[in-house]
Ligand binder design. Structure first.
Ligand code: KIV
Length: 256
């Protein structure tokens, strides 16, 4: 069974584990634990301090993805298509083909519903596996508030999820979606939902790796910090600095 079919088969059976990676060494650790490794365009804010993911370019995504590819043997590798690279089917196909040929990733992810239906359909018809992304869409959102409070929002997210399934996506990320809506959407479609700030009712979960290890200074409700790597790096660098200043490093052990 190919990787995509295996992933879909997990729905209603076992939870799907996903994380983001932007480089080889991290990807090689995640590969042992994750079903999906996503090269997310969140790298714009996490690594480059951009105000918005709109500044992320196709070339940046390709270079980071080439690095991630070297670290992955088992997991499904998905790459985000950045802002303004899939405004119509022709543009989407040209850029998705470029991403896949240069990075050898398994699939691409696009943000949005009805507006990008034709682009997604074109990619799928051309045998390019596509992951959807609904709820809070960082490439275009203005408020960065969770979705599903308003009836209209709930209706359009549900409608879009069904539409994306019809267009042929193999899975949908639900970002910052109210619990009962995430639960309902997950029940209403036959492909897995992957939640980020979208409750435990999704078929799987994703987090930004730098958030999970406590390296990225973010304080969002949906982020659980499983480590405090910032503190550990600080301690290591502080010790190194002290030892160099006191001429204790390198000692004989570290010299030729
Ligand atoms: O860009 C990203 O990292 C993402 C995940 C947070 C889902 O889209």
């Amino acid at each position: 069974m190919d990787k995509i079919k295996k992933l879909i088969a997990k729905k209603n059976k076992s939870k799907i584990v996903s994380l983001t990676a932007y480089s080889k060494n991290i990807a090689s650790v995640l590969d042992n634990y994750c079903d999906i490794v996503l090269v997310g365009d969140s790298l714009g804010s996490v690594l480059y301090n951009y105000k918005s993911t709109q500044q992320v370019t196709l070339d940046m995504m390709i270079e980071h993805s080439k690095s991630v590819r070297m670290g992955i043997k088992k997991a499904l590798m998905v790459v985000d298509m950045p802002y303004n690279t899939y405004r119509n089917p022709k543009e989407a196909l040209k850029n998705a083909k470029k991403i896949i040929s240069k990075t050898k990733c398994d699939a691409v992810k696009l943000e949005g519903g009805k507006k990008i239906y034709n682009s997604i359909q074109t990619l799928v018809k051309n045998k390019i596996p596509v992951m959807g992304h609904l709820g809070l869409l960082p490439q275009s959102d203005k408020t960065f508030k969770f979705k599903g409070k308003k009836k209209s929002e709930r209706e359009s997210i549900l409608k879009d999820a069904k539409l994306l399934e019809r267009a042929g996506v193999f899975s949908i990320v639900l970002e910052c979606v109210e619990t009962s809506l995430a639960k309902y959407v997950t029940k209403q479609i036959n492909i897995p939902t992957i939640g980020i700030g979208a409750s435990n009712y999704c078929d799987g979960q994703i987090l930004v790796f730098d958030d999970l290890i406590g390296l990225n200074p973010i304080n969002a409700r949906f982020v659980k910090k499983y480590a405090n790597i910032h503190k550990q790096i600080k301690n290591a660098v502080s010790n190194y600095s002290k030892e160099v200043r006191k001429a204790q490093f390198p000692s004989k052990k570290y010299s030729y």
